[in-house]
Each structure stands twice: as C-alpha cells, then as structure tokens.
Ligand binder design. Structure first.
Ligand code: AMO
Length: 430
C-alpha cells in the first residue's frame, strides 16, 4: 500500500489508507481521542482508541497511520480516519514547544520565530506565505516564457560592482578582491546582446546594507528581466504591468486557501498610472506639505504618494518615471527630451518601491563616456563593454524584489516574514 496525502482522501470513503505526517493537535475524551494529523497538503481528524498508544503520542512527532477513511459531515472537512495502527517514525526530544503551532496566534516575537524557523514554518499560516511566494515565481516564469523570454543563471561572484554605491560585500577569491553580485545587471544585458534577446533570472542578490529596517535584507531574491529591441522604457512598463495583472489572476486561481488564511483579497489590477517624478514631488509638497530629497522620494514620500494615487486613481500601484541621471546607475539611458533626466522608472506598490527599471545605454562610445563622467575607469569594465562593440540593440529591463512583493501582497509588516531564512545585519543562522 502506498502513502496517501491528506488532500487525496476525500472520496475514498471506507477505503484503507496509509497516511504520514505530524501530530498537530490531540483532543482527549473518556474512551478515545481526536488526533489531528498534518501533512504538507492539509490536516485530517483521526479517531484513536488505543489508550496505551495515546499516552505515547506527543505534539509534532511524525507518525505513520494505517486506517480507514470515513466520510462524516460532522468532522472538519467532512472526512475523518479511524486509525487502526499508528507508528511513531520520528520521535520528539523537546520538553516544551517554543511557541504554539496549532493555536490561532503564535504569541512569539518575529526574532524567536526566525530563531526556530523550521518550527515556526510548521504553522499553516507561516507556510502559506511561501506557497504564495512559490506561485509568484511560477507566474513570473510562465508569463515571461509565454512572451519569448529565456531563463538564465549568472555568476554571483563578480569582478566589479554593478549598481555603484558602497553596499557591496567583498569576497576573497584566491587572494583576489571580488564582490557578491548586487544584481545580475551586467550579465543580463550581455545575454541580450549575445542573442538571447529576452532573458530573465530568478536569483539571489547581495547588498551590504548597514541598517536593519522592515524593508531591507542583505540577501534577497531578485526577479530580473532584460529585453532587447525596445522602443523606450514604456515597453518595459507595459511588460511589467502585464505581469502584475497576470500574477494577481494566477494567485487568485492557485492560492485561494492561502490568501484567505492571510486575510487577503486580491482585486483585479487595472492600468497602472505613470507619473513623472518631478510631478510626484510637486504633488507631495502641495497636498501633504512633504518636501522630497533632490531627485528622489523617500520612504515616507512613497507611502504618502501611494495614498494619493489610491484616492485619485483607485490603484495600489504607481510607476514613477524619469529619475535624474545623478540618481541612477551609470548604465541608465539619458532622456533625449528632458535635460538631466533618464528613461527610468520605479514601481511603487502600497507605499513601497518593489521595482527599479529603465532603458539602458546601448551605444559603446556613449556608455564609455558615461563611465568616465561617473568617475569609473572603463578598463575595469572591459568584459562588459566588449559586448557593446558588436551591434548591441536598444534594450532595457527591470528587477522586482521577491520578498518585497510577497510582503506587500500579503500585507505583512516586515520583509523577514516573507523570507524563508533571512540574512540581515544581525543574522546569519539558521
Ligand atoms: P535596485 O537596486 O533598485 O535596482 O533593486 C531592484 C529591486 O530589488 C529590491 N531590493 C531589495 N529588497 C530587499 N532588500 C534590499 N536590500 C533590496 N535592495 C533592492 C527592491 C528593488 O526595487 N539593476 C537594477 C534593476 C534594473 O534596473 O533592472 C537594480 O538592482 O524591490
């Protein structure tokens, strides 16, 4: 007899089954007990009468159950299993669980939940976050493959920084100073030029952020896209808007139970407003008296502006466009109509930046000149620049932070809740 998953027992009335899983809850009565058994697909009620066995059972042990399925409208989910034999196959060695796995609330700090990550993930509501995250990735991959994108995997140990700034980890590579990739930026562009035309990557990115905030990690998953032969950055915003629409439909189809568990209702996404950064700054000043830093909007401004967009356009999303060249990396394409600005954008979702993107400089001479203007030595980037000598097409792309979009979709308060095993300034274990 092979193992049956809990999700498969409905409809097997009176059949013998073998189930495997963890002891989720025990409710004892005079002559028997209801033992809730949990596996990756759900929870089912077992009826256990063997008193000696019941004395041995402890929450979270793993067990194998041989029993008979009984459909019963009074049982949770309309089905239960009369257990004939339960074998303990994974013993427990704890005295007290660190927190509740079967209760409505966990009643433990986020730090404690992360310290005991494999235990907190046993909670259905904590694991639901990662079921949703898995489907975000699935949707990203399917949507892009349907649009002729190829999946690539690029190195995370790299010779030069790609995003500028000081947020870069160094790696001692056989005595040579190298870096952990802040993003696959250069390689995704190079692969467009190598003939793939349209590429995407789902991979880790590293940022040596010195601060501990609700929205920053030191290692995060970047959903990267790069597309050749574009007209301008609007093609990229069209692509991302199409993805978000597809994603919400996909999640409503595949994660109904998990969204419900997290108390989330995902409304259909309409067209996303595209607003020039300077205009957004003026609106912030006029409507909220909020001053913005030169060429940017800070976290408070992002939250206020989202509020404005929600009221005016009934949208949780907004593209901010045309950031100044001084605030964007060296590879960003300047805007030919707006002096000092670039063909770039951010996507803000419920008050948080979840994406940066834009058109890139594809002309070899122009890119080399821009590097000099930015104070970089083009020789350090020869491996990157080389690919621009052979007819690099106009191109651009964007990157979505996986944990950020997961956090916002599920209305979580801290990015670590949407990270399986977070790396932050204080944490490198588990
Ligand atoms: P950027 O640096 O803005 O752009 O990063 C893109 C997106 O990645 C996420 N992100 C982070 N998430 C968690 N913790 C962090 N420390 C962190 N840093 C960034 C955010 C952000 O919007 N190469 C460009 C993208 C491109 O133009 O294609 C880049 O990396 O969601």
């Amino acid at each position: 007899m092979t193992r049956t998953f809990i999700s498969e027992i409905k409809g097997l009335d009176r059949k013998e089954v073998i189930l495997k899983g963890w002891i989720h809850k025990i409710k004892s009565f005079k002559d028997f007990a209801f033992v809730m058994l949990r596996d990756k697909t759900g929870v089912v009620q077992l009826i256990v009468e063997d008193e000696d066995l019941l004395k041995e059972l402890k929450l979270e042990m793993s067990v194998e159950v041989k029993g008979r399925v009984e459909e019963n409208t009074k049982a949770p989910g309309g089905v239960e299993v009369k257990a004939d034999k339960i074998t303990i196959i994974g013993k427990s060695y704890y005295e007290l669980l660190p927190f509740s796995i079967n209760g409505r609330d966990i009643n433990a700090s986020l730090e404690k939940q992360l310290d005991y990550r494999t235990i907190s993930l046993r909670r259905l509501d904590r694991r639901a976050v990662f079921r949703v995250q898995e489907e975000i990735i699935e949707a990203f991959r399917t949507y892009l493959k349907n649009n002729k994108f190829s999946e690539i995997h690029t190195p995370k140990i790299i010779a030069t920084e790609t995003e500028g700034g000081s947020e870069v980890f160094t790696v001692n590579y056989f005595g040579r100073r190298t870096f952990l990739a802040q993003s696959p930026q250069f390689y995704k562009q190079m692969m467009v030029g190598a003939g793939f035309e349209r590429v995407f990557e789902i991979g880790h990115a590293y940022r040596a952020e010195l601060h501990n905030t609700w929205r920053h990690l030191n290692e995060y998953v970047s959903l990267d896209v790069e597309m050749g032969f574009i007209e301008d950055e609007n093609d990229l915003m069209d692509l991302e808007e199409g993805f978000v629409k597809y994603l919400f439909k996909h999640l409503n189809n595949t994660c109904k139970k998990e969204l419900e568990m997290c108390g989330v209702n995902l409304a259909k996404v309409d067209d996303i407003p595209r607003i020039n950064l300077l205009e957004a700054q003026e609106i912030l000043l006029k409507e909220y008296g909020k001053k913005s830093p030169v060429g940017n909007i800070d976290a408070e401004g992002e939250a206020l502006f989202s509020q404005y967009v929600k009221e005016k356009y009934n949208s949780d999303f907004v593209f901010l466009t045309k950031y100044p060249a001084s605030k964007r990396p060296v590879y960003t394409m300047p805007d030919d109509k707006l002096e000092g600005m670039t063909k770039s954008f951010d996507l803000i979702y419920k008050g948080l930046e979840i994406t940066t993107g834009g058109q890139r400089i594809h002309d070899y001479e122009m890119l080399k000149d821009n590097m000099i203007k930015f104070g970089c030595n083009p020789d350090d980037f020869d491996y990157y620049l080389e690919s621009f000598k052979y007819g690099m097409p106009p191109h651009g792309g964007f990157a979505i932070g996986l944990e950020r979009i997961t956090m916002k979709i599920l209305d979580l308060d801290n990015i670590r809740e949407a990270t399986l095993l977070p790396r932050d300034i204080n944490r490198v274990t588990p």
